[in-house]
Design a protein around this ligand. Structure first.
Ligand SMILES: NC(=O)c1ccc[n+]([C@@H]2O[C@H](COP(=O)([O-])OP(=O)(O)OC[C@H]3O[C@@H](n4cnc5c(N)ncnc54)[C@H](O)[C@@H]3O)[C@@H](O)[C@H]2O)c1
Length: 257
């Protein structure tokens, strides 16, 4: 059921071996998917190096999700190379560093715009770009990554929490819009994991500690666990699931205190 043989996927958001998107790439590739990986400028070498570790060489392409031209070029190239697409992983998020340490009321207009554009609007642009390629396969599946900060307040998560709230609403609106074309759109809300993006959040280690102490499983999750859950949501095993935000956080979200 979670077999990806003969399937093609696009994975956006690999920066290094600790990236959640990389874990999802590995989980789907291990089950037979052929991938296209995109990188943001400075990560080209990392992504090229990592791609050597996959059994089937991926297509490696540059893409800034803030650029419609980049997104168009990626899908044009994938169409040439794969002749269609079965799934997309959207693992890109960004907010200017100062927005993740100052008091929330100091959020700048520009910081808000950038965070929402890169972290939430881009899911719409990417899904729209993928639609003609999904149609060639009779359907498709999109997965993005969120955090509980969309619903509750975490210190210094600030405008990223607002962006994740917009992202989760975007998942529901996109799911309703593209469902008739047999395209599913879901999110995983992952527990905190020490990645490059997480390092930008002031006091992130204390969040890890709170999860370790209070989550029902009394531990944090790792990227492999998010990778496996991601492969499930992208696969035919989840064919009845869309518009969903699946919590992969060792159960932390159910706790009251
Ligand atoms: N690490 C956590 O604790 C955690 C928890 C829940 C959700 N998430 C989410 O998971 C996703 C992946 O983050 P991660 O933790 O693996 O960190 P990461 O730093 O490895 O990945 C973030 C990625 O976003 C990419 N990116 C940023 N701006 C971009 C742009 N303009 N164009 C294209 N790509 C861009 C970066 O290149 C990087 O590959 C993010 O959406 C993040 O918010 C992370």
């Amino acid at each position: 059921m979670s077999d990806f043989s003969g399937k093609h996927g696009l994975v956006i958001g690999v920066a290094n071996k600790r990236s959640i998107a990389w874990a999802i790439a590995q989980a789907t590739a291990a089950r037979g998917a052929r991938l296209a990986l995109t990188y943001q400028g400075r990560f080209e070498e990392h992504v090229n190096d990592l791609s050597q570790g996959l059994t089937e060489a991926p297509l490696v392409l540059p893409c800034d999700v803030g650029s419609d031209a980049d997104i168009d070029a990626v899908f044009a190239r994938i169409d040439q190379e794969f002749g269609g697409l079965d799934f997309v992983v959207h693992g890109a998020a960004f907010a200017p560093r100062e927005e993740l340490s100052s008091p929330f009321s100091q959020t700048s207009r520009d910081g808000f715009r950038i965070a929402l554009d890169v972290s939430a609007y881009s899911l719409i642009a990417v899904t729209r770009g993928a639609m003609p390629l999904f149609e060639k396969r009779g359907g498709g599946s999109v997965l993005t990554l969120s955090y509980l900060g969309a619903e509750r307040v975490f210190p210094n998560y600030n405008v990223m929490g607002v962006a994740k709230a917009a992202l989760e609403a975007t998942v529901r609106y996109l799911a309703a819009d593209v469902g008739q074309k047999n395209v599913r759109v879901n999110a995983i809300s992952a527990g905190p994991i020490k990645t490059l993006a997480a390092a930008g959040i002031s006091g992130f280690s204390s969040i890890l500690g709170v999860y370790r102490d209070r989550a029902p499983l009394r531990r944090n999750v790792d990227t492999g666990e998010v990778g496996d859950a991601g492969a499930f949501l992208l696969s035919d095993a989840a064919r009845g699931i869309t518009g969903e935000v699946l919590m992969v956080d060792a159960g932390f979200h159910v706790t009251g205190m």
